[in-house]
Design a protein around this ligand. Structure first.
Ligand code: ADP
Length: 194
């Protein structure tokens, strides 16, 4: 079966996690954040260790275990009744994170839109990441070198996903606006997709 999907897309610190969490509380929407799935792994899970190895260096976890983790989580949420694939809109945050992952998910996802949260203010993004590091105890955000590396990984590996889906699906959203106004523009556009 295919899932009716929208992607939240943007650099680390662009605010997609904040928006995803809000959208996920609306009936008829199911939110999956890939970074959260990794962070929820048990510390003795081998994939949990792999995640720490890669994320602490600002790199992406390899594609196959990532897609497997996604499948397992989606299956579990379907079985426990929190996700109803036949009626819910799936909101994906942080996956697919490179064109290879997009290709691996091609037959499973029916992507209706890609919301690209743009942020031209690099200083603002770095500041958001550093604030989050303290608040959420995220080691990958605490160190400036790792932050820089993550932004580079985004530019070189993740951004090409926008070309993969193409201009017809990509909607630019100015993420320097207030969270409320970012939410408002996403909701206006999402409403036309249902
Ligand atoms: P952010 O959006 O701030 O970059 P995430 O919580 O989405 O943070 O991701 C944290 C880390 O988890 C990434 O730097 C990466 O190492 C790993 N990760 C998350 N999603 C993926 C994915 N789809 N493929 C590979 N690695 C991922």
């Amino acid at each position: 079966m295919t899932f009716k999907t929208v992607l939240l897309f943007g650099a680390p610190g662009s605010g997609k996690g904040t928006q995803g969490k809000i959208l996920g509380t609306i009936p008829g929407f199911f939110h999956f954040a890939c970074g959260d799935a990794f962070r929820n792994l048990r510390i003795d899970d081998p994939l949990g260790r792999t995640f720490i190895d890669y994320s602490s260096r600002g790199q992406l976890v390899p594609d196959h275990p990532t897609i497997e983790l996604w499948r397992k989580n989606i299956q579990a949420s379907t079985s426990n009744g929190s996700f109803h694939p036949e009626r819910d809109l799936l909101i994906l945050d942080g996956i697919p994170r490179n064109p290879q992952q997009a290709e691996m998910l091609k037959t499973t996802l029916d992507v209706r839109a890609v919301f690209h949260l743009t942020c031209s203010d690099m200083g603002k993004m770095v500041e958001r990441l550093q604030r989050r590091a303290l608040r959420e105890n995220r080691l990958d955000d605490a160190n400036l070198d790792v932050i820089r590396r993550r932004l580079e990984t985004y530019e070189s590996e993740t951004k090409p996903v926008l070309d993969y889906y193409g201009p017809k699906l990509v909607r630019e959203i100015d993420s320097t606006a207030s969270p409320l106004n970012v939410l408002r523009s996403i909701l206006d556009q999402v409403a036309t997709l249902l």
